[in-house]
Ligand binder design. Sequence first.
Ligand code: KIV
Ligand code: NA
Length: 266
Amino acid sequence: PIRRITVPQIAARKNGQPIVALTAYTAPMARLVDAHAEVILVGDSLGMVVHGLDSTIGVTMEMMILHGQAVMRGSQRALVVIDMPFGSYEESPAQAFRNCARIMAETGCGAVKLEGGARLAETIRFLTQRGIPVMAHIGLTPQASNVMGGFRTQGRDEASWPAHIADARAVTEAGAFATVVEGVMEPLADRITQAITAPTIGIGASARCDGQVLVLDDMLGLSGWVPRFVRKFGDLGPRAEQAIAAYAAAVRDHSFPAPEQTYRAE
Ligand code: KIV
Ligand code: NA
């Protein structure tokens, strides 16, 4: 079997060769992403993208485990990182360890991701010292959207920069092997990336990061509305819609199934 990309290999990518990361939630999509990305993130965005929730707050451990298992089955080369859902790690380092260990044991993934900066440093240290590799996630943290009053780009006011830079330093000193930086202004992304030895993986955080991640469905054009920081590298939504409409028409006009799709004696 092909050996997967390891946590230390990603941690060492502070060298100008960008880390390519994408989300995937299912085995077939993981197979496609695995051929091109170094990191596959089973993001809790799956709650909104796949399950139709309004936010990531309602995502459960069971959802992350089922999708994590599917992505592990569909991939063989990329490092698979699974998001810890809201409520599964914030209470205490012990609670975080219990749930992270369960995710890792039941899926076989290589690492977990937690949202939060300095306030999570103690937890990140506790986990990494006990064999759980942690990717941090700072800047715009969607699980805190109820506190922040929505999804807002961070760092518009320069006075807020020191706190974000302190978050990056705190999670890195605590042992995070890489940090997702979401929704921050370019100069702040630049400062954060320069402030830490671990790579930054940006989303809506400019090119001043050591890697990039996007939600796969967004960049494929499968999501209805996408924010400005997403580039649609494909336009699969309208193409899927056309195919579905063609199927419906063919059933209605009796042109499907045709003889080629029909089992008959010769
Ligand atoms: O849930 C998610 O998909 C994420 C990435 C977009 C970073 O956390
Ligand atoms: Na997430």
